[in-house]
Design a protein around this ligand. Structure first.
Ligand SMILES: [Zn+2]
Length: 382
C-alpha cells in the first residue's frame, strides 16, 4: 500500500479513530518544549568547540543554563545512514531505522516514520490541537513534510503535527489566488502551474487540509509579506521568523525547528557552512528572547538543541565536510537542554546515544514514547 492509498483509506475512518470526542484526553499542564535541530549536519569543532565555535550564544551562554552533553553519538548500526531525514527521525522517534522509503518519485531522501513521533504521543496523551504541535521546515525540503506523522496503526494522521514552511505557504497562496479568480489571466495561469508543481512534490498536502488556525496564520503572513516572495526572510532566517511568529500566534506546546543551511557545504564552500552556523546561533538567540519576553512561555519552556548528524573531519577527503560515508565524526553530535525540570550548569561528560532525546522529552512532558529504544536521561532532571 503506498502512502496515498494509506491516507485515503485512513481518511474514511479518521474521524472515528481520531478524535478526542470518543476518549477525552486530559488537558496539558506540563512545560512547553522547543526542539531545535541544529541541522544540515554540523561538526563539533565549529559548533561546540570552546575556542573554535561559530555559535557563541549556544556555546558560551546556553550550555551554562542547563545540561550540556558534548558527546552525543549516532549508533554504529548496519543500515544507519548519518543524514538529515534519518537523524531527524531518530530525534523524533527515539529509535534507529524507524522509517521507510516513502516512494521518491520527485525527491531524494524521502522517508516517512514507521513508529510514532513525539507529536503523535503527545497528542494522544493530551488534549492538544494540531496547531500546537508544530514542525517548522525549510523551504526546499518538502520531503520533510512527511515527518508530521508516521504510519503506525495506532497513531498516525489523527495525531499529526501541523507544518509551517514556505512550501505550505505557497500552497495556501496559490490556492487562494485560484479560488479568488480575480487575478489577471497570466497571474492565474502562473498560480495554477505553481499549484500543480507543489502538489506533485507532496500530494499529501491535501490530506488533510491545514487547520483553520494555520490557515489564518498564512492569511496574516500573506498580508504582512505579500505575494512576490521578495520581502520575507529566506533560508534558515525564514525558519526563525516562522517559529517566532508561531510562538505568538499559535501558542505551540511542542515545536520542532528544522534548521538546515549548514548543508550547503555539500556544494563545496566552507564559508557558507560557518556562516550558516552563525545564522542558526542568531536564530537561537531570537527564539530564547522571544520566549523570555512572553509570560505564556517564560519559565515554562524547555529548549532541546541537537544536530541531525555530524560531518567528516578527514583532511584527506577531496571534498571535506561530507556526512554520508559513515566516518566516526559523522556519528558525533552533541545536545544542550535547559529549562524547568532540568539541572543547571552541568556538563554530562559521558557518551549519550541520540536515541535518548525523544524519550527524555517525553518524560519531561509527562508521557512515554513507548516504541523508543533510547534511555530517559533521568539523571539530568531536577
Ligand atoms: Zn547533507
Amino acid at each position: 500500500m503506498d502512502r496515498r492509498t494509506f491516507n485515503l483509506g485512513l481518511g474514511a475512518t479518521a474521524a472515528a479513530l481520531a478524535l478526542p470526542t470518543t476518549v477525552k484526553a486530559q488537558p496539558y499542564q506540563g512545560p512547553n518544549v522547543i526542539l531545535v535541530r541544529f541541522g544540515g549536519g554540523v561538526r563539533r569543532t565549529e559548533t561546540i568547540g570552546e575556542t573554535s565555535t561559530y555559535a557563541p550564544f549556544l556555546r558560551h551562554v546556553l550550555t551554562k543554563r542547563g545540561v550540556f552533553i558534548p558527546d552525543m553519538r549516532i549508533a554504529q548500526l548496519d543500515g544507519v545512514d548519518t543524514s538529515h531525514a534519518e537523524g531527524t527521525l531518530n530525534l523524533l522517534t527515539g529509535r534507529y531505522l524507524a522509517y521507510r522509503d516513502a516512494g521518491a518519485k520527485f525527491l531524494q531522501d524521502r522517508l516517512e516514520p514507521t513508529e510514532p513521533t513525539l507529536f503523535e504521543y503527545l497528542r494522544e496523551a493530551y488534549d492538544i490541537p494540531s496547531h500546537q504541535a508544530l514542525l517548522i521546515n525549510g523551504e526546499d525540503r518538502p520531503q520533510e513534510e512527511f515527518f508530521t506523522y508516521g504510519v503506525n496503526e495506532h497513531y498516525g494522521i489523527a495525531y499529526r503535527s501541523e507544518m509551517l514552511s514556505l512550501h505550505r505557504f505557497k500552497l495556501y497562496k496559490t490556492a487562494q489566488i485560484i479560488a479568488d479568480g480575480t487575478a489577471s489571466d497570466a497571474a492565474l495561469a502562473a498560480a495554477q502551474e505553481q499549484y500543480a508543481e507543489l502538489m506533485a512534490a507532496d500530494p499529501r498536502a491535501i490530506t488533510p487540509d491545514q487547520s483553520p488556525e494555520v490557515t489564518a496564520f498564512w492569511q496574516r503572513w500573506r498580508a504582512h509579506y505579500g505575494d512576490d516572495g521578495l520581502r520575507n526572510p529566506r533560508g534558515d532566517r525564514l525558519l526563525t521568523a516562522l517559529a517566532a511568529r508561531a510562538l505568538k500566534e499559535l501558542r505551540p506546546r511542542l515545536m520542532m525547528v528544522n534548521y538546515q543551511d549548514p548543508d550547503y557545504v555539500h556544494w563545496g564552500n566552507p564559508s557558507h557552512y560557518t556562516r550558516a552556523i552563525q545564522v542558526i546561533d542568531d536564530g537561537l538567540q531570537w527564539l530564547v528572547e522571544t520566549v523570555e519576553a512572553d509570560p505564556f512561555y517564560r519559565d515554562n519552556t524547555v529548549f532541546v538543541i541537537s544536530p541531525d548528524c555530524g560531518r567528516d573531519d578527514n583532511p584527506l577527503m577531496g571534498v571535506p565536510f561530507q556526512h554520508h560515508f559513515n566516518s566516526r565524526t559523522a556519528h558525533e553530535t552533541w545536545a544542550v537542554l535547559f529549562g524547568p525540570g532540568i539541572e543547571q550548569g552541568r556538563v554530562l561528560d559521558k557518551p549519550v546515544d541520540q536515541s535518548a532525546v525523544a524519550p527524555t522529552i517525553a518524560a519531561l512532558m509527562g508521557f512515554r514514547a513507548r516504541a523508543a529504544e533510547g534511555d530517559v536521561l533521568s539523571e539530568i532532571m531536577t
